[in-house]
Design a protein around this ligand. Structure first.
Ligand code: PAF
Length: 283
């Protein structure tokens, strides 16, 4: 596995792969890898001869400097996992490589980035889009894999790729869960045992939402009442939208919905989501 700490190194490796006539799949990450990331890697490996993974904790997508500082990191373990999985190359750039002195260009999907979860975390999706655009230009993959867990991020990246004519495909990958249903996330490692146990309420709320045969307002009410049963959970956002467009919906749903929840447990913000197709609606 090539571990590239500079952009020219990575470009050289990718040129070699391309010269062999091979496809390149890409999995961008912020490290502290878990089974959810490894599922993205597997999906990429199923579709390409060569897979590149980036590990870069992107400062511009963190609002709170303390959140950036305490973001979990374990590069040695990450590299071993990627080696064991047979990944071809890893890009681990420095912040100054990605954001050189004087860098002032940002990429933003104006509407999608500032609604829903983006309204709670101003600037977050601008930071995500900007770094992902840079990484796409550096790696120049044939496709890139993104988890469905951050559903808004997935739709934003799809929109950016369409709007800016990036010549690559975005491959959505379903959320990987712990045995009790908690969506895998690098942030889970920062939860106290009590908050870790409490956080399962997110997937329980989504299970309950799936059982509702009613209006959007009724779905919302059921989710809120399940979350309210867990005193350690502070609900920060609950959005129910049309799945692809993230457009607002109300009343009796006729199309597939995206249900997105964010909640804090002991100051750690977790998100979860599910697509729900109402009975009788076309999927
Ligand atoms: O989903 C993530 O881990 C990050 O937002 C990403 C896409 C790697 C950009 O920093």
């Amino acid at each position: 596995m090539d571990v590239c700490t500079t952009i020219p190194d990575l470009r050289r490796v990718v040129r070699g792969v391309r010269a062999g006539g091979h496809k390149v799949g890409f999995v961008p990450t912020m490290g502290y890898l878990h089974a959810g990331h490894m599922r993205l890697v597997e999906e990429a490996q199923a579709r390409a001869e060569a897979v590149v993974v980036s590990i870069f904790v992107n400062p511009t997508q963190f609002g709170d400097p303390k959140d950036l500082e305490t973001y979990p990191r374990n590069t040695e373990r990450d590299l071993q996992m990627l080696r064991d999985a047979g990944v071809n190359a890893v890009l681990m750039p420095q912040v100054a490589d990605i954001y050189p002195d004087g860098a002032e260009t940002v990429v933003e999907t104006e509407q999608l980035a500032n609604m829903l979860h983006g309204a709670v975390r101003p600037g977050h999706y601008r930071g995500v889009c900007t770094v992902v655009a840079k990484l796409f230009n550096i790696v120049q993959p044939d496709f890139a894999c993104f988890g469905e867990k951050d559903y808004q991020q997935l739709q934003i990246i799809r929109t950016m790729v369409r709007d800016l004519h990036f010549p690559l495909e975005i491959l959505p990958v379903p959320t990987v869960r712990e045995a009790d249903g908690l969506a895998m996330s690098s942030r889970n490692a920062r939860l106290t045992p009590e908050d870790r146990a409490a956080a399962v309420v997110l997937s329980r709320a989504l299970d309950a939402a799936e059982d509702v045969d009613g209006t959007v307002e009724e779905i919302s009410e059921v989710i809120r009442s399940v979350i309210a049963t867990e005193p350690r959970a502070a609900l920060r956002g609950l959005d129910i939208t049309e799945a692809r467009s993230l457009a607002p919906v109300s009343g009796q749903p006729r199309t597939t919905l995206a249900v997105m929840i964010s909640a804090e447990f002991g100051g750690i913000l977790l998100i979860d989501q599910r697509e729900i197709t109402p009975k009788g609606a076309p999927a």
